[in-house]
Design a protein around this ligand. Structure first.
Ligand code: GAP
Length: 551
């Protein structure tokens, strides 16, 4: 028992999030963007450990699709594209959130994020300044909790009319009314909000030397559209045949009204998107004589192996399963994930079905990825707007058609946050004298851990140990991300690596030098972060042992 770490008692979720945010800054996972200038809401920077983590996530995703399969190829498109693309995709007309503004402070909220409140609403028809005789006829209203005196509503109303040019206003025409579950008032100060108005989330910029409407462009709000507009080019050069996919990783920008929950909803973020093109069901029917769907028990039981008679439903379910397996492979267990099938009234107008993969964050169960069956909406839109054919001739099916698409679309930053939350753990572990102390340990899956192995000489002031440790470091470096540390007591060095989430620690001690006999010469201790168990491994075998553990 002595060396086994023990979990701590459950904590409140707010406290856990505070600790995670603070660890992210302290250990260099995530910093506030532009921090020395006071920060910029909705933008984040990744420090040394965060940058490695993100890179590992993207590499794992990319490899799982492009290297481990024959039917997916990659794309790396520009962020700014022809503005007509966003007309075709519907983003210029419909990519908006309803927002409301506080009439007092001008603070903006997403209409669907205002919590319902109850209380007494005070209505005013206007106000008058007795001393100057000035009047304002703007109506205003304030919601105050039941039991609070009307004076508190009048105080807020006076502020409102002062902002409209009355120095010492007396609100007029006061009328009080009890109200239940309203979302028309600012929960922070009770002031009335504006009526909900659509707010387009695309960030605008100008391309070229003249800032005119003709030169208006957008920072892409998703990476997906580039895949659709390059569909034909990729098809021509890659020798792929439907069904096949094109994937892309890249930055996306959305002028979110309320960025929140740390990096969860940001204004600049990265997406990992796959557009997987499949045959329309009519073509499958003609070719295979039938279309297998979700109602077919035989087909759903063998979802790992795509079949020619699969319709879009099975391809969609196949990708949901593939994506869930991928999340498991990087350490998010199924019990922390939720597969949410959007209801009919929640679906985007072009989607036939959408499954959201949600993760149980400390601040709630929220979306990591959406997997949508988008039909042929996107290719047809671009065909219509560009005037270029998006049709494909299927030699096997002997048919010409616009392919349909299944789109698994994930956020890199959201996943990094989920992995950080998932990894965060406090336990009690024995210090060098055997006394239990609290240890913060990031239990990242070795596959995505920022640093894979730390190498320590037992003592810094023994040149033989140091030079051997450096030899081991150099031996491992071509294979893995290695961190070499010789500063401080060995226990403290382990703790630092536990906090960074490094799964393995290698210590070079006097046994390595053969001081206790030839049998342990050229062996090292390999410590496992989670179990804290130590084993002796031959230096010659170390790289192979570690590569096997992290891949
Ligand atoms: N092409 C489809 C598409 O973009 P989406 O649900 O809007 O769909 C896909 O975005 C994924 O991108 C989300 O599941 C999420 O992981 C990530 N994402 C979207 N908006 C985000 C934001 N403001 N901040 C961080 N990640 C975001």
């Amino acid at each position: 028992m002595k060396n086994t770490p023990r979990p701590m008692a459950e904590e409140k979720t707010g406290e856990v999030m505070e600790k995670i945010v603070s660890l992210c800054k302290r250990r260099g996972f995530i910093f506030q963007s532009s921090e020395i200038y006071g920060g910029l809401n909705g933008f984040w920077d990744y420090g040394p450990l965060g940058a490695e983590l993100k890179r590992n996530i993207k590499d794992c995703w990319w490899r799982s699709l492009t290297q481990r399969r024959d039917d997916v190829v990659g794309l790396d498109a520009s962020i700014i594209m022809h503005p007509r693309i966003w007309e075709a995709s519907g983003h210029t007309s419909t990519f908006s959130d309803l927002m409301v503004d506080c009439l007092l402070t001008r603070k903006r909220f997403r209409a669907d994020q205002v919590d319902p409140q109850s209380g007494i609403a005070y209505f005013y028809s206007g106000a008058r300044d007795e001393a100057t005789g000035k009047q304002c006829a703007d109506p205003f209203s304030v919601l105050v909790p039941r039991g609070k005196p009307p004076e508190s509503a009048r105080k807020t109303a006076r502020q409102f009319y002062q902002q409209r040019g009355l120095e010492n206003p007396t609100p007029e025409g006061e009328r009080a009314e009890p109200i239940e579950s309203t979302t028309r008032y600012n929960p922070e100060n009770g002031s009335l909000l504006t009526e909900p108005r659509p707010f387009n989330l695309m960030l605008k910029t100008y391309v070229g030397p003249i800032e005119s409407a003709d030169n208006l462009s957008y920072l892409r709000p998703e990476t997906a559209q580039a895949i659709f507009v390059q569909f034909k080019n990729v098809l021509d050069v890659s020798r792929q045949r439907v069904p096949f996919g094109i994937c892309q990783i890249g930055k996306a920008f959305r002028n979110e009204i309320n960025p929140r929950n740390f990096t969860f909803r940001s204004r600049e973020f990265e997406q990992m998107e796959l557009e997987f093109f499949v045959r329309p069901d009519e073509v499958v029917q003609k070719m295979a004589g039938s279309v297998a769907g979700l109602a077919d028990p035989q087909a759903t039981a063998a979802l790992d192996t795509p079949q020619t008679n699969w319709g879009w439903e099975l391809w969609h379910k196949y990708w949901v399963e593939q994506r869930l397996k991928w999340y498991e492979s990087i350490g998010l267990s199924r019990d922390r994930l939720v597969e949410y099938w959007q209801k009919k009234d929640e679906l985007a107008h072009y989607a036939r079905a959408t499954v959201d993969i949600l993760y149980k964050f400390p601040f709630g169960t929220q979306e990591l990825e959406g997997i949508a069956a988008r039909g042929d909406f996107d290719l047809k839109q671009h065909q219509q707007f560009s005037g270029k054919s998006m049709e494909y001739f299927d030699e096997e099916a002997k048919a010409k058609y616009v392919p349909h698409v299944i789109e698994p679309s994930a956020g890199v930053d959201r996943l990094a946050l989920a992995l950080i939350c998932n990894a965060y753990c406090e336990d009690q572990a024995p210090d060098e004298k055997g006394n239990l102390e609290t240890r913060v340990v990031m239990r990242f899956h070795p596959r995505i851990a920022p640093i894979k192995v730390a190498v320590f000489p037992l003592l810094k002031n023994k040149p033989d140990l140091v030079s051997k440790a450096k030899q081991v470091r150099d031996l491992l470096r071509p294979h893995l991300t290695v961190f070499y540390d010789e500063a401080g007591a060995i226990g403290r060095r382990y703790r630092r690596q536990d906090e960074a989430g490094t799964p393995f620690g290698v210590t070079i001690d006097f046994d390595t030098l053969g001081e206790k006999g030839p049998e342990l010469k050229d062996t090292v201790t390999l410590r496992d972060r989670d179990s804290m168990k130590q084993e002796r491994v031959k230096i010659d075998e170390l790289a192979a042992v570690l590569v096997q553990k992290v891949s």
